[in-house]
Design a protein around this ligand. Structure first.
Ligand code: THG
Length: 265
């Protein structure tokens, strides 16, 4: 499973301070440490500050520190474009997070993904909001897939995010999400992705819930997760789940993690 490191996000108060202070060393530290911990992509989100200007600064600062692919995280197409314009190198490696079926967002974000054939996260959300049922979300996933096929977008680069809602809102929100993951894969043969933390919103022991949620998502075949790679417990879960799910030939990655002393009980 692909790991998208979530730490370079202005929604985290300490990181917001780092961005506001234009603290280059702190950003480099978060980029290098997440990469060393196993991040395949680094998510960049500047929504809580001067979103446009901060995105340019962040892309340049992170690119100066690591070669790890970037995942630009904004609801605003102008910010995604700004991030792409600031990126030096092969723009087809930059993941865009995200598009949805909201009319304005679709019209503005889709051309960016098509121009550079970027990997793309697509949310099952339209102008009516997030649908309540799995069936309706799967329908939105189908609409997204159909639009992208029609535009000749390479579906291997598409990651559908069925959107996690808190268990505290409805006790069936997790099972509904698992159903979305498995059905979207079965019906459309496209990849899936999710953040973890919404599931445990307003609950105690959030990290325990997030970790077990991730395990079940992986068992449904989820292809990517936005998570904190500096959390040794969640990374131990990822490594062990990959082993158990037959995704770790000769136990190579599990044994490597063991020898590095990075597996925790
Ligand atoms: N889907 C998509 N994009 C997303 C989300 C999603 N982007 C934003 C968000 N959800 C994922 N990113 C974060 C970033 C930080 C935190 C949660 C989600 C966060 N971090 C704390 C910290 O680092 O201090 C705690 C981390 C921890 O639990 O260890 O809260 O769903 N497409």
């Amino acid at each position: 499973m692909l790991i998208i490191g979530e730490k370079l996000n202005s929604a985290i108060p300490s990181v917001r301070q780092v961005f506001n202070a234009k603290d280059v060393e702190a950003v480099k530290g978060l980029a290098v440490n997440q990469t060393q911990a196993g991040a395949d992509y680094l998510d960049l989100n500047t929504a809580q500050g001067e979103e446009l200007a901060d995105m340019t600064w962040l892309v340049r600062t992170v690119q100066a520190a690591v070669d790890t692919p970037l995942c630009l995280d904004s609801t605003d197409a102008a910010v995604l474009k700004q991030g792409l314009d600031s990126y030096v190198g092969d723009k087809s490696k930059v993941m865009l997070n995200s598009v949805s079926l909201e009319k304005k967002r679709l019209e503005a974000v889709l051309p960016l993904a098509l121009e550079y054939q970027c990997p793309l996260i697509a949310l099952t959300l339209d102008d009516n909001g997030i649908p309540k049922t799995a069936e309706q979300r799967i329908q939105l996933a189908e609409q997204l897939v159909n639009i992208l096929v029609q535009k000749n977008y390479d579906l291997n680069k598409l990651y559908i995010d069925p959107l996690v809602l808190p268990l505290a809102v409805s006790h069936t929100n997790a099972v509904m999400f698992f159903q979305c993951l498995s059905e979207i894969k079965r019906l459309f043969k496209v990849k899936t992705v999710s953040g973890l933390s919404n599931i445990s919103y307003d609950m105690p022991k959030r990290k325990v819930i997030n970790r077990h949620f991730l395990t079940i998502c992986m068992a449904q075949g989820m292809d990517a997760a936005i998570l904190d790679p500096l959390d040794a417990k969640i990374m131990t879960s990822v490594t062990t789940n990959n082993l158990l799910l037959g995704n770790d030939r000769f136990s190579r990655n599990f044994l490597k993690a063991f020898r590095n002393d990075s597996l925790v009980d």
